[in-house]
Every structure is written in structure tokens, then in C-alpha cells.
Ligand binder design. Structure first.
Ligand SMILES: [Zn+2]
Length: 64
């Protein structure tokens, strides 16, 4: 089962959870406040990769 990262919109708690493919976000419960208003986070890996690519691309751009 994949691990997804979630953030609670009630208390701001971030947590990881093992979920089945059939599990929807509305079934995820915050471990801290038991709130049901959680959002799935985009993985930090893809965010870091895209920002690194943008930085190196601008550095390689000729000034003339
Ligand atoms: Zn919470």
C-alpha cells in the first residue's frame, strides 16, 4: 500500500498514512484532532525537482 502525506485543515497537523487505493480523502481522519477535513499533499520530491530545474535553466541562459 502506498503512503500518502496529508494535512489537517482543522489544526494544521501534517501526517502520513498508509491507504488502500479505494480509500478516499474523506475517509482520512486527523490523528491529532480527529478532524475529517484533510487535504492530500503533493510530494516534496516533485516540488524540489521542478524548482531545481528552473534555477539551472536560468543560470545557463546566455546574457547576450
Ligand atoms: Zn487535526
Amino acid at each position: 500500500m502506498p503512503i500518502y502525506e496529508y494535512r489537517c485543515q482543522e489544526c494544521g497537523e501534517k501526517f502520513e498514512k498508509l491507504v488502500r487505493l479505494s480509500t478516499s480523502t474523506s475517509e482520512i481522519e486527523c490523528p491529532k484532532c480527529s478532524g475529517r477535513r484533510v487535504e492530500k499533499l503533493i510530494s516534496a520530491f516533485s516540488t524540489r525537482t521542478s524548482s531545481t530545474t528552473a534555477a539551472s535553466a536560468s543560470a545557463c541562459t546566455p546574457s547576450a
